[in-house]
Design a protein around this ligand. Structure first.
Ligand SMILES: Cc1ncc(COP(=O)(O)O)c(C=O)c1O
Length: 400
């Protein structure tokens, strides 16, 4: 269940609230990384331009990121043209190319390394299908099902499920692949990616990282891993359906383009009948046909992420999350600790009245496992942290 009765829309702004200056809209940057710093100014300018009067109290990017204004505008233009009988394939294709290139830059790989997918589960299925029978795969307990189920569902694999903190130690000479989310969906814990990568390299195992809960706020260098999969609709602020799979140079041979159709061709528009005569080079041969409108939105959203830069988003998001953590501790609550800073904060054992009180205060959050989960991104400010803590204090008091 997501907060506001599973609603994915931002709660309405408080009466009289505006996106303008003043204490209610003070960005995290004022206190955390220096009032007036260039980074603080960048975040604040982007927030005002892309979320004018929107997003206050929305603490749910871990479920669905809010579209920036430029993304909504690009989607409306494309929808209007389509509805008017003037769908423009060249606009769609340009958006696909721009999205792929931007994602490559954001994750630090050449564009040839990036394949288009439409879901994490589908991209992971491609990887699972290519493993030999009996292959040992190490995953983290309670990781998101789209990363785990393709291995479980394929059958014939030796799937070892271990606590997140033991993933690196669990990799051994017999391990074919280790698959883990950089940040956990349920509670935001950030994996020890350096230790996992080192263990995998040491034992010759391949590494698959799911960046869906991290790429966009956490620097995730794709060339460190054999495969990085990321659905963009959370921290990259894209519509659903814009999903990416990077395949490290040389790792193409570990996969088969069996799930791809005409879009796996070097020139999809010229080679789209019968078996594809010329597969695209690099990872592009694993492309599934992109959902065009999603990529129209993705191109706009990714341009914003690039303009701001992941380091700035990391500083802003983690700063707000840390402020929230500190406030929770002061109230006597115990958020799930993360070994590395995280933009996602999950809190177990909140008073039973907390969800309803948060919802009636127009705060949007989500309930995952036995926690309430709060996440912080570009559109959030310190005011969101303060309001949430005030409501949780009320919940604590009312629970006696
Ligand atoms: C870590 C992680 N991976 C993947 C997904 C989405 O998977 P899919 O693209 O298969 O819907 C989510 C959604 O919450 C997630 O949190």
């Amino acid at each position: 269940m997501d907060g506001r009765a599973e609603g994915l829309t931002a709660g309405p702004a408080e009466p009289g609230a505006t996106a303008g200056p003043g204490p209610a809209s003070r960005p995290a940057s004022d206190s955390a990384y220096g009032s007036g710093s260039r980074l603080a100014a960048t975040i604040e300018a982007a927030r005002r331009a892309e979320y004018p009067g929107v997003g206050e109290g929305y603490l749910n990017t871990a479920t669905l990121g809010l579209p920036p204004a430029r993304t909504s505008a690009a989607l409306r233009r494309a929808l209007d043209a389509w509805a008017a009988g003037r769908p423009d394939v060249s606009v769609y294709e340009e958006a696909v190319a721009a999205s792929r290139a931007a994602y490559a830059r954001i994750t630090g790989v050449p564009v040839e390394r990036v394949a288009l997918a439409s879901t994490v589960a589908g991209a992971v299925g491609l990887i699972a299908a290519a493993l030999p029978d009996g292959a040992e795969v190490v995953v983290a307990a309670d990781d998101f099902s789209s990363l785990v189920q393709p291995f479980a569902g394929r059958g014939g694999l030796d799937l070892r499920i271990v606590p997140l903190t033991e993933v690196a130690a669990a990799v051994r000479a017999s391990t074919a692949l280790v698959a883990v989310s950089a940040a956990q969906s349920a509670d935001g814990r950030v994996a020890d990616l350096a230790a996992i990568a080192a263990a995998a390299r040491h034992h010759g195992a391949r590494i698959l990282i799911d960046g869906t809960q991290s790429v966009g706020w956490l620097p995730v260098p794709a060339d460190t891993y054999d495969y990085l999969v990321c659905h963009g609709y959370k921290w990259l602020l894209t519509p659903h359906g814009a999903c990416f799979l990077t395949v490290r140079e040389g790792a193409e041979d570990t996969l088969s383009p069996a799930f791809a159709g005409w879009y796996s061709a070097d020139d999809p528009w010229a080679d789209c009948y019968g078996p594809v005569a010329h597969l695209a080079p690099g990872a592009r041969r694993f492309d599934t046909r992109p959902a065009y409108l999603s990529f129209v939105g993705a191109a706009a959203s990714l341009s914003l992420v690039e303009e701001i830069g992941v380091p700035a988003l990391h500083a802003h998001d983690v700063c707000l999350a840390d402020l929230f953590r500190t406030g929770l501790h002061a109230l006597g609550f115990s958020p799930v600790p993360s070994p590395h800073p995280s933009a996602i904060v999950s809190v177990p054992d909140l008073p039973p009245s907390a969800p309803a009180l948060l919802t009636s205060a127009h705060l949007t959050f989500s309930a995952r496992a036995s926690f309430l989960r709060f996440s912080f991104h570009l559109h959030n400010t310190e005011a969101d942290v303060a309001r949430t803590l005030t409501v949780l204090e009320k919940a604590r008091t009312s629970s006696g």
